[in-house]
Design a protein around this ligand. Structure first.
Ligand code: PLP
Length: 359
């Protein structure tokens, strides 16, 4: 018998979400963001499903290489660009496009003798203050890029938003103003929208959008779920009840005796824990679906097990199906209970779990 905990990946939901994005952005091209193993969903599986995307965005060469080895021919953009001089030859070999965001990388491109030429996305810092050239350098950098013989076409102008997931944040307006200002210098293609801006700020879809989280059916906006935006959750994390304890009033459950029974009651033991990527910080009361009914988590998550209050499921038995997130139990809700964000939960799903695709 194999362990009864699995990750179900709903391929149809992924296709649906991609269509939904196309609908929202009309004629803008879509760079589907599939870094971090496609937010934990399996990068090759997701890339093959979304092969009609205009491009894929990945974090590093290893991810891009995985895709090329799997015969994915869609354009791929390295979102952090090259790290080291040696990266350039592999970038050419794998036919990748790169984001250039600092002087170090620009000099690398200008000075390297490489056999071929690369397509470049020029990243400008409009206020996120992580990657990017300062806005007042845009003209100069563009001029240098145009002169660089290792570049094979007009660069695309890019920036990234820090607060698009919050409605009407002043920084978002400052960033968009700055981006529009530098856009006036040149009429090259441009892109700034992540998932939150795809949903929230239609007038900044520009030539390209770069959705990540929403592809997977999850809402990037605070206080909403994917469903509210016409998205379908792609990942379901499920397990089974492997034991039931009938405990007496006052007895404690699990490590640290962190939870005590307020009355005589049944407690279910589930075969999944933080070793699978379920957050240890999920509080008692975090909902877990048992036969489609919500039951509260009690005590702390262990490495391979969770304990739940079965008082509203007195007929539950060993082998019953349990959903930890996905479907009618939004991961956004679990993230709130664990004081984290759905991105972290998705990326943290452990590869020891069995992954099953469904259509
Ligand atoms: C990760 C990332 C995105 C996607 O962000 P979501 O919030 O998941 O839509 C877009 N652009 C860049 C540069 C990124 O690194």
């Amino acid at each position: 018998m194999t362990r009864p905990s699995r990750v179900i990946i709903d391929i149809k939901a992924l296709e649906h979400n991609f269509s939904r994005i196309k609908e929202l952005v009309h004629n803008s091209k879509v760079m589907a963001i599939i870094k971090a193993d496609a937010y934990g969903h399996g990068i090759v599986r997701v890339a093959k499903t979304l092969r009609n995307a205009d491009a894929f965005g990945v974090a590093c060469l290893e991810e891009a290489e995985q895709l090329r080895i799997a015969s994915v021919t869609t354009p791929i953009v390295l979102l952090e660009g090259p790290y080291k001089p040696n990266d350039l030859s592999l970038i050419i070999k794998l036919n990748l496009q790169v984001v250039i965001h600092n002087e170090y990388q620009l000099e690398l491109l200008e000075k390297s003798k490489i056999d071929g030429a690369i397509k470049v996305w020029l990243k400008i810092d409009t206020g996120m203050h992580r990657l990017g050239f300062s806005a007042n350098k845009t003209e100069e950098i563009l001029r240098r890029l145009m002169l660089c013989r290792n570049i094979n076409s007009t660069p695309i102008l890019m920036s990234h938003l820090a607060t698009a997931n919050e409605k009407n944040h002043t920084l978002t307006y400052q960033q968009l103003d700055a981006f529009r200002e530098i856009s006036k210098i040149t009429n090259i293609e441009k892109t700034i929208a992540n998932s939150a801006a795809v949903i929230n700020i239609p007038d900044v879809h520009f030539d390209w959008v770069r959705p990540g989280l929403m592809l997977y059916g999850v809402s990037p906006l605070i206080n909403s779920c994917g469903h509210d935006h016409g998205l379908k959750s792609v990942m379901t994390l499920e397990s089974e009840i492997i034991s039931i304890q009938y405990l007496s009033k006052g007895e404690s459950v699990g490590y640290g005796a962190a939870w005590r029974c307020p009355e005589n009651m049944p407690v279910g033991i589930i075969a999944a824990g933080y070793g699978d990527g379920f957050p240890r910080h999920a509080k008692s009361g975090t909902p877990i679906l048992v036969n489609n009914i919500r039951c509260p988590l009690i005590g702390h998550a262990s490495m391979d097990m969770l304990t739940i209050d079965l008082r509203n499921q007195s007929n539950a038995k060993i082998g019953d199906r349990v959903v930890l997130w996905g479907g009618s139990l939004p991961i956004e809700e679990i993230a709130l209970h664990a004081e984290t964000i759905p991105y972290e939960l998705l990326c943290g799903v452990h590869k020891r779990l069995q992954f099953v695709e469904c259509n």
